[in-house]
Design a binder for this molecule. Structure first.
Ligand code: ATP
Length: 696
């Protein structure tokens, strides 16, 4: 397909109908749409081709290619090595035939049989001169070749006799070599003894015709019409030649006017069918540096989920600075993709068994390699997926029993208090030290300030938010961490296998900075994880298949969401990383809490009912909730410091205590009707609770 050609009738077609004069209603003089003197913008877009191919510039790509070649050679050696005795037996059996062939061909060669047809021809055509020339040639050849054969035989025989006398073992080796060589000549041409170790299926090269065939197959009427017409009129054209790009092909093309890459991305499976590839090989996308109609079609040699990933660079070596980007996965072309965890709150969503927990653990492993960071890992699935992290965790829990939830509640209350403390520390710092009112690397390094990074991961976070008694409080703390945490150096990470509004409260989903979405089933879940409007703008984690384990859309790092296959770090590998992280931490002096067997300080605030009862005087029949909140804050500032009337209402609800209008007096002495609770209701709830506990 060539560049766009403006059709002859283009001006006519695009010139609007002559304008009609308002007064007369008659058409006024037509004005041409295209001004021949309109200057060109004077901008020439030029793209330089890379001097060296990518695999020569990139160590990882080079290493991948070298590893692939070495692995193939190693495999072939093993394959043939195992079969050597069988090859030898077969060749030995074929050696008589090979010997006959050798003798026959030597005989033909010595007697110059190959020129016999020429001599016959000279005889038949009675060409005496030519025959005589050929006969002379034959006589010379036969003499020379006969001599070579006799000398070869004599020397061969002599050499064999010499070996027989001097070193008989070598004679056997030579004889065996001779037998195998004869066997080699005795093979049937269509059934060689030594076959290939690897059966290769040659992949079809991506060509323009194939790309157009596939685009036609997706059923977009504008694309099909443009292809039928040859494309030029509709603006459809290839903008550069199809090239090799990493382990695949890249085609850049302009789509017909009005068609966007999203229209093609929507039909990825149909496109893959048209290309005769698996869906996992086909990655259409827009080009952020170009106009909205530019399509970049990358077609991998193998599906992303079947391509061997390069080893995660931090697996065996290296330390992390959470303020800087860190490699955590690859894109479709197996190039590294980085993530910056500092100043982020993170949500991860997917249907079950797609790699959510692995990804969350990977992010925690990254955090563990920054020796300053404090880690809190909570696994509400309760299967111990974060077990490897225990030696570096300040707080750790796996399980969803009440005692686990209470542990997490205590730990998160500590974080809530830490948020308040950090905010005050940052407020007290001079502008010169803290110019943007947020933690900086220098502040995080200053141990006296206690502004080190804190990473909190909660797997299956919906279990917390749906908890009958503490759900509301846990949610409010997590929302606070999501909103205020990033600036204060606290990274909240939440993963859920049920991304809906209840599992991922809007306070979290709307304020998250980094979003990772593995396969989800519908656009609601997609947008909840990746942000409102993501599905509409073509960012669709619904297109991932069930086999796309660990593959996700990542939004929040860089301008555009991108597809990433996260590094595969299983439990044994995670333990390897944690051993290294623990050592780094021991050197830095940051082994605290769970890692040295300490539990969170047990604040007595868990007995909320008891605390509320203490806040209501024995002579008071009913008290306003707001007043109870003030009294609770005085009682235990670290627990109830920021409580308002509505927190009291929410905390009492699970205990079956409802609030109602209570008449009372304001501090100024004025009478007013406000929401409050009756003392009798609290005592009744405590009696019920104690009875339940006794029964249990
Ligand atoms: N990055 C990855 N690359 C390849 N395979 C992966 C990757 N991450 C996870 N997997 C595979 O996917 C499986 C499921 O992973 P994981 O347990 O993290 O899923 P999940 O989404 O947390 O599941 P659930 O919802 O049941 O908790 C793992 O057993 C692992 O083999």
């Amino acid at each position: 397909m060539t560049d766009t050609v403006v059709p002859a009738n283009f001006e006519k077609a695009s010139t609007p109908a002559p304008p009609v004069s308002e007064e007369s209603g008659t058409p006024s003089t037509p004005v041409p749409v295209d001004n021949p003197n309109l200057p060109a913008p004077g901008v020439t877009d030029e793209k330089r081709k890379p001097i060296l191919p990518a695999w020569l510039k990139d160590r990882t790509e080079f290493a991948t290619a070298a590893k692939h070649t070495a692995a193939r050679a190693g495999y072939a050696s093993m394959y043939h090595g195992v079969r050597l005795p069988w090859y030898a037996t077969q060749l030995a059996m074929m050696s008589p035939r090979g010997t006959c062939r050798f003798v026959a061909s030597t005989h033909r060669w010595v007697w110059d049989r190959e020129a016999a047809p020429l001599r016959d021809y000279a005889v038949r055509t009675e060409d005496v001169e030519e025959y005589m020339r050929l006969a002379r040639l034959r006589g010379n050849r036969v003499r020379l070749r006969g001599l070579v054969t006799v000398v070869g035989c004599v020397f061969g025989l002599g050499f064999a006799l010499w070996l027989y006398v001097m070193a008989p073992q070598f004679l056997y080796a030579f004889a065996a070599g001779g037998v195998l060589t004869m066997g080699y000549f005795g093979q049937q041409p269509d059934a060689p003894v030594i076959g290939p170790a690897v059966m290769r299926t040659e992949l079809q090269k991506l060509t323009g015709t194939i790309v157009l065939r596939a685009l036609d197959a997706i059923g977009n009427p504008k694309i099909s019409a443009a292809i039928k017409k040859g494309g030029a009129m509709d603006g459809m054209r290839f903008t550069s030649e199809i090239t090799r790009d990493g382990p695949g092909y890249r085609a850049d093309l302009d789509l017909p006017y009005g068609v966007t890459p999203d229209d093609v991305m929507d039909k990825r499976e149909a496109l893959a069918s048209g290309l005769r590839r698996k869906t996992g090989c086909v990655w259409p996308s827009g080009d952020e540096n170009e106009h909205e109609g530019r399509l970049v079609l990358w077609v991998g040699d193998k599906p992303m989920n079947e391509t061997t990933k390069p080893a995660w660079p931090l697996l065996k070596d290296g330390q992390v600075d959470l303020f800087k980007p860190v490699v955590f996965g690859n894109d479709q072309r197996m190039r590294w993709v980085e993530v910056t965890l500092m100043f982020a709150s993170i949500v991860i969503g997917a249907v079950p068994r797609m790699g959510k927990t692995f990804l969350l653990r990977l992010l925690m492993l990254i955090a563990s390699l920054d020796p300053r960071a404090m880690l809190l890992a909570f696994d509400l699935k309760g299967t111990g997926d974060f077990g490897a992290l225990e030696p570096v965790c300040h707080r750790y829990r796996a399980g969803e029993e009440d005692e686990d939830i209470e542990y997490i509640l205590h730990a998160l209350r500590e974080i809530k208090a830490e948020l308040r403390r950090r905010a005050k520390v940052i407020k007290s710092l001079p502008r010169s030290r803290c110019p943007e009112s947020k933690v900086t690397p220098a502040l995080a390094d200053d141990k006296s300030l206690g502004l080190h990074p804190i990473a909190i991961s909660i797997d299956e976070c919906q279990v917390l938010f749906e908890h009958e008694k503490y759900g509301a409080e846990l949610e409010s703390i997590c929302v606070d961490i999501t909103k205020r945490g990033p600036a204060l150096g606290i990274i909240g990470m939440y993963a859920t296998q049920r991304p809906d509004a209840k599992s991922l409260p809007t306070g979290i989903s709307a304020n998250a900075v980094l979003r990772f979405c593995l396969k989800v089933m519908n656009h609601t879940a997609n947008d909840l994880v990746l942000g409102t409007g993501a599905y509409k703008s073509g960012i669709r984690a619904t297109m991932f298949s069930r086999k796309d384990l660990g593959i996700c859309y990542m939004a929040g790092e860089g301008d555009d969401p991108r597809i990433v296959s996260s590094a595969f770090i299983d439990a044994p590998k995670a333990e390897l990383v944690v051993t290294r992280a623990r050592k780094l931490r021991e050197e830095y002096g940051n082994i605290t809490g769970h890692a040295i067997g300490e539990e969170p300080a047990k604040v007595a605030g868990l007995d909320i009912l008891g605390d509320i009862l203490k806040s209501v005087g024995v002579d008071e029949k009913a008290v306003w909730c707001e007043r109870i909140a003030v009294r609770l804050a005085k009682l235990r500032p670290d627990v109830y410091g920021e409580w308002k009337g509505e927190n009291v209402t929410a905390a009492l609800k699970p205990w079956g205590v409802s609030t109602g209008q209570v008449w009372g007096q304001t501090d100024e002495g004025e009478g007013a009707n406000r929401r409050g609770i009756k003392r009798a209701d609290i005592t009744a709830a405590i009696t019920r609770r104690d009875a339940d506990r006794a029964a249990a």
